[in-house]
Design a binder for this molecule. Sequence first.
Ligand code: NAP
Length: 316
Amino acid sequence: MSDTWGLKLADPLFEKLTVIGCGLIGSSLLRVARRNNLARQLVAADVSPAVCVRVRELGLADHATSDLAVAVAGADLVILCVPVGANESVGRTIGPALAPGTIVSDVGSVKGAVVAALSPHMPAGVHLIPAHPVAGTEHSGPDAGFATLFLNRWCILTPPVDADESAVKKLSDFWTAAGSNVETMTSEHHDLVLAITSHVPHLIAYNIVGTAADLEVVTQSEVIKFSAGGFRDFTRIAASDPTMWRDVFLNNKDAVLEILGRFTEDLSALQRMIRWGDGDGLFTLFTRTRNIRRSIIESGQETAAPDFGRHQSDPQ
Ligand code: NAP
């Protein structure tokens, strides 16, 4: 593999890329945009002056500012990388400063709520094309990002039905050049798919780690000492950013509650199998689930390594 995975562009796709929110995802985008020559000029914007200082120290952008409206002036691509619940206020701030023809996108883990939050603030002629890179780690902030975060991961675009085709193609080319595989679907379908593949699994991890912390008959030191029995993998997920995940659950309420209802029913069925000694039922289910894991490994979305290959990157 070449230094830039063969994806370095001879001519940048965009003249000026503005990334708003320079945490894990935003700083990773700036890194890969620089590395693969995706935009001629890179501007970073974050409400936090401390984050802007750090972005300058790390040399992630040509310019870093806390003034979001100034940051988007003259940009032909603006990507919002803020917690889902912050999109509305960012949209309100930048809306009047956006030039016609600009593509505005985001990276939020929820799509329906982000579209509803941003749409009213987009002036005529601005193309709102939401996106979600299904790639991440449990770490936050500008130091946590890395240029290969999106490599071989899916990026889901959820363009509105009347979206400008050339703008969708350009954004798709951008993510492809960042190393991602691009898929397109509606925001409603995205939110349901992610509820089962990401959101409910995170809720289960938060819950089981919380339950263990509250147990009185098993000490905390025993939980930590014997965590390799399976608990340890839940703790990694349960260490994910509290702000980000609070916003995910508040903004994908319907889909999460729908999947949680199904999950609770299936859990009750398992409970019954254990109570009535239905070994065949348990064995059949565990065989089916083992096959699902094998399919995920075969599709390249996971490794069979004992540490799950999670030295730095993990899809969420
Ligand atoms: P992060 O590391 O916490 O970064 C978010 C950044 O946005 C922080 O620097 C934060 O500043 C800044 N910010 C917050 N409110 C803002 C506002 N109103 N205006 C400008 N900047 C603001 O979070 P992240 O993990 O990169 O997540 C960002 C987005 O990516 C979320 O929507 C999340 O759903 C999505 N996503 C995350 C993952 C993942 O695994 N982490 C994966 C895929 C998609 P402060 O720190 O000062 O608040």
